[in-house]
Design a protein around this ligand. Structure first.
Ligand SMILES: Nc1ncnc2c1ncn2[C@@H]1O[C@H](COP(=O)(O)OP(=O)(O)O)[C@@H](O)[C@H]1O
Ligand SMILES: [Mg+2]
Length: 385
């Protein structure tokens, strides 16, 4: 089966497979077992990296709950938490200290792609080095049985995308709170010379305690002005990428992340992405050419201020956008404070405590018997009543 896959990918040809099948047959007649792929590798027809990747793939796809637990040395794996285009994330316990971690394991079929491996290791290094409240913390990374893994802080919460899937658009204050927190994370990234390049609701998580965390630094890249020869320039997720990224510009800077943050805010406020299309090419073309639909015409509940923030972040010309995350933070905080004053409620500061926190009646979670978590949205609904 795997040999056929290798042939389809043009890695080996039919004659080579036939030759190796004859060798395999000879082994079998002697009562010995020899996997076809191993013979292909031995004969020098097949890249050993492919063999390793396929073995890893087989391990992952034939997982039973028992053999899965010990998949990665040093960790006991538990539930699956989520997945993206690059990896699957599992809840696991570190054997060293018993701590709960989120274990991100790269899909093995990416093993052969040097760029994917490079990005994965790059993400792992950055997360381990970075230390900031609004960025998920990385602990450890490595390779085990051909699987690339990254252990990070387990976030007991959900993605902004998951919240929207369940309840549609977020309330304005909550959406703006999320944006300010992610702008703080971007400010930290910028000060460390890094662009995120994949800001979107799926990569933002909110914990049960109402802390907003930026995740998935898989596309992060040092801020430089020269094009990276090895890498294809366009990346990120087309629904959120800036016009300059869609055009394949080489000198992308923090203002591209600001555009994606704006597209994320648009999605949170309106309940849908700003541009749709039949395929990625069409959506990218719209990012460059099509005027942004007025958010207020898409959802009547969007305020004029909200509309202004979105339009300023999502300006096609990056000179017109906010020029730094700090400008966003300052503008939004001024607006929120101003609104609170107008409502004669100056004492009620907008903070994570009154937006996402657990309801006061809920008990603190017991370490051994963690309460079944109420989705954040339920908690929010309860508070609204
Ligand atoms: N630290 C974490 N704690 C809990 N769940 C997480 C954590 N990191 C990621 N996840 C879940 O796993 C999904 C995929 O993770 P992500 O890093 O975005 O992978 P990919 O690079 O493949 O997009 C996320 O959308 C989220 O649902
Ligand atoms: Mg992701």
């Amino acid at each position: 089966m795997m040999a056929i896959e290798a042939m389809k990918m043009g890695l080996v040809n039919q004659d080579q497979i036939q030759e190796c099948m004859n060798i395999q047959k000879a082994f079998m007649e002697k009562g010995q077992e020899a996997p076809l792929l191993a013979i292909l590798v031995k004969k020098g027809y097949l890249d050993p990296a492919f063999y390793k990747a396929m073995k890893a793939h087989r391990i992952i796809s034939s997982l039973t709950s028992e053999n899965m637990r010990n998949l990665i040395r040093g960790y006991k794996m538990r539930d699956r938490l989520g997945a993206g285009g690059v990896a699957t994330v599992f809840l696991a316990t570190s054997e060293k200290d018993g701590m709960e971690v989120a274990l991100k394991i790269m899909h093995p079929y990416h093993n052969l792609n040097r760029l994917f491996v490079k990005r994965f290791v790059n993400e792992a290094r950055l997360l381990k080095k970075f230390d900031f409240e609004n960025i998920v913390k990385g602990y450890d990374y490595g390779e085990c049985q051909g699987l690339y893994y990254l252990a990070m802080e387990f976030l007991d919460g959900e993605t902004v995308q998951a919240i929207m899937d369940r309840e549609g658009p977020l309330e304005e204050d909550k959406a703006l709170f999320v944006i300010v927190q992610i702008a703080k994370a971007l400010d930290y990234c910028q000060k460390n010379g890094i662009l995120h390049r994949d800001i979107k609701p799926e990569n933002v998580m909110i914990t049960g305690d109402g802390v907003v965390k930026l995740c998935d630094l898989g596309f992060a890249k040092p801020i430089t002005t020269d094009a990276c020869a090895e890498e294809e320039v366009t990346c990120g997720t087309v629904q959120y990428i800036s016009p300059e990224q869609a055009r394949g510009a080489a000198d992308v800077d923090i203002r591209a992340d600001i555009y994606s943050l704006g597209a994320t805010l648009y999605h949170m406020a309106v309940g849908d992405v700003p541009f749709k299309g039949e395929d990625n090419m069409e959506i990218m073309a719209k990012q460059v050419l099509e005027d942004l639909a007025n958010p207020r015409s898409m959802n009547r509940e969007v305020s004029t201020h909200m509309q202004y923030f979105i339009q300023k972040m999502m300006a096609k010309e990056r000179e017109i956008r906010y020029q730094s995350p700090e400008e966003i933070i300052s503008d939004i905080e001024t607006q929120i404070l101003g609104k609170k004053t107008l409502e004669f409620n100056p004492g009620k500061k907008v903070s994570k405590d009154n937006l996402f926190s657990r309801s006061p009646e809920s008990k603190p979670a017991d370490a051994n018997h963690r309460e079944k978590r109420t989705p954040i949205s339920d908690r929010l609904r309860k508070k609204r009543r």
